[in-house]
Write a protein that binds this ligand. Structure first.
Ligand SMILES: C[S@@+](CC[C@H](N)C(=O)[O-])C[C@H]1O[C@@H](n2cnc3c(N)ncnc32)[C@H](O)[C@@H]1O
Length: 260
């Protein structure tokens, strides 16, 4: 598969909306509670994985992007030896992997599951996870809750700036914009472009990260989890554990247990 993150990896950790995402504390707490090793699927640059390892969890990270994993390794090199010793990284596809070990908790943070575009791929991933969990082990994944207003009214093929330009370590400033190139309401797949414009001072340049993302509705995801062999224990709308239904659209944060 192509590495959809190769172009954008240099920007990933510097975009404030990612760096300040309130999911880190939530996943760190769950990693601590797991009382056993954790597997993070789609671990990327280690935005969640590294704080989880710092908090004492033994954690494996799996990702299909060699570029994102390389960035994660570079960041880990700056960590204390005992943090590094708790981490293992694997380049693999979440739809077909065999790590030869089991985990107390598997997480799929920041909507990585939505990169899977078909029910077959989604089930293949859930079955892999099921095999990698100890009896009674848990799966936590978050998705965005599709906003009916945005689905109906969001303009297609229009670039929208996301916040102010952010700085890279070398001083360049980057404006990120977002564009939905196409919205297929039948297959529930959006074509997304994340646009990175280097602005001010440095020679202007543009990189575009293009990918497709499938949205899932609440009950669809619950049925899918049941088919994959999971029982939903909790569904939150926010990382402060606000219950589903308390904010709209909020997120879909599933805590599920492996059915025996
Ligand atoms: C939005 S990023 C999330 C990264 C990290 N978990 C975080 O929260 O910052 C999604 C990640 O999923 C990975 N990914 C996408 N499709 C994948 C697949 N089929 N198998 C494994 N990883 C995949 C991407 O390479 C990317 O690193």
């Amino acid at each position: 598969m192509s590495d959809q993150y190769r172009e954008a990896v240099e920007f990933y950790d510097h975009f404030a909306q990612y760096a300040e995402r309130p999911d880190i504390g939530f996943y760190v707490e769950e990693g601590r509670r797991a009382r056993g090793p954790v597997l993070e699927i789609g671990c990327g640059t280690g935005r969640v994985l590294i704080p989880t390892a710092r908090a004492g969890a033994i954690i494996a990270g799996l990702d299909a992007s060699a570029a994102m994993l390389q960035r994660c390794r570079e960041k880990l090199a700056d960590e204390a030896a005992e943090v590094r010793a708790r981490v293992a990284l694997h380049e693999a596809d979440m739809r077909a992997f065999d790590l030869g070990r089991t985990f107390a908790l598997v997480t799929i943070p920041f909507r990585a599951f939505q990169h899977l575009l078909t029910i077959e791929d989604q089930l293949a991933c859930l079955r892999c996870i099921h095999r990698h969990l100890v009896p009674g082990g848990r799966l936590i994944m978050d998705l965005f809750n599709p906003s009916l207003d945005l689905l109906a009214n969001r303009p297609v093929n229009v670039e929208q700036k996301e916040g102010e330009p952010f700085a890279l370590p070398d001083g360049r400033r980057v404006q990120r914009s977002f564009r939905i190139g196409a919205q297929d309401r039948f297959s529930q797949v959006n074509d997304v472009d994340l646009i990175f414009d280097v602005v001010g001072g440095a020679p202007p340049s543009r990189s575009v990260q293009a990918f497709r993302m499938r949205y899932l509705f609440r009950f669809e995801a619950e049925h899918l989890l049941a088919r994959g062999g999971f029982v939903v224990e909790h569904l939150y709308a926010d990382f402060d554990r606000a219950p589903y239904g308390s904010v709209y659209p909020g997120d879909l944060i599933f805590l599920a247990v492996k059915a025996s």
